[in-house]
Ligand binder design. Sequence first.
Ligand code: ADP
Ligand code: MG
Length: 339
Amino acid sequence: MSYVEVTRLAKAFGDNQVFKAIDFSIEQGEFVTLLGPSGCGKSTLLRSIAGLDDVDHGEIWVDGENMTHLAPQKREIGMVFQSYALFPNMTVHDNIGFGLRMKGVSKAQAEQDIARFIDLVELSGKQRHYPHELSGGQRQRVALARALVMQPRILLLDEPLSALDAKIRKNLRLQIRDIQKELNLTTIFVTHDQEEAMLMSDRIFLMNQGQIVQQGKPEQIYTQPKNQFVAGFMGHYNLVEANFARHWLGVDAQSTLAIRPESIYVREAGRQYPTHVSAPINGKITQHQLLGNVIRYTIMVGPQTLTVDLLNRSSERLLAPGSYIDILFNLNEIQPVRE
Ligand code: ADP
Ligand code: MG
């Protein structure tokens, strides 16, 4: 049995069946991300595990114990939300210590624990500050310390980074991952951001409309999407129909193919390409977008619009819209996908 086992979990709000048979298991110390579009049921699933929403059917087991009908405060689960939900009239120190006081931990032990977690989330020197004196990132670190100080069996994080600026978000996601590893803490993280999920997770559970559509390691989901939804969500995959693939690529496709933008190359004199590439196919550049180290081109081949990512080497000129170029497909990186 795994550390976390969820079986046949079902939850409806009135007529709205959010999910009806969710199954998964998570190992101790794993960092798993629930990834999916807004409204697919991520928060409801997390709240069900925390005991904040009652489930209609199914079971939730943690560390060999059936938690399905246990009161939230008895589950020993830590939770951090997008909104920090700190007590505004309490200092950082008191916010972090609140749960320990409720639990009846001795003052000496509480002080030791508070100090340890303030240090761990790098808020030393901020003990006496109030939430309104902190930045968003610092407030979220207080919320994290407040959850961690209780030494939960599982940490649940519901879009904790979504309200923060890009730069703070990038720092904090690495920091959360480091702390999680250091504590070997079983963690379920929720996001709708595939880059965040790819970067942070041991495994991703990709959800759509109340179902886990695909689960696996980030690179597995990214390179082997099993249906069109996954391909569309995980990257800027090109979806090309079997007819196009047969006619233009000369491959014997039976279904739609998913092709990543970085596995199509623009042919240039003197450059080496992988061995299994298609014959050159002429296309017309219609657009380009500068994404920093990558230039994303839109290229028309016959009736098909393709997205092609090229590394932005500063020495090279941009390919101008309207120009014709030859492109090559890496035939090893073409993935058949179901509807
Ligand atoms: P996500 O977190 O993936 O955006 P949610 O779990 O918040 O999705 O929502 C899933 C579905 O459940 C949505 O249709 C939402 O409207 C509905 N829902 C969520 N919470 C409640 C609630 N407390 N009462 C009624 N419907 C809810
Ligand atoms: Mg949500």
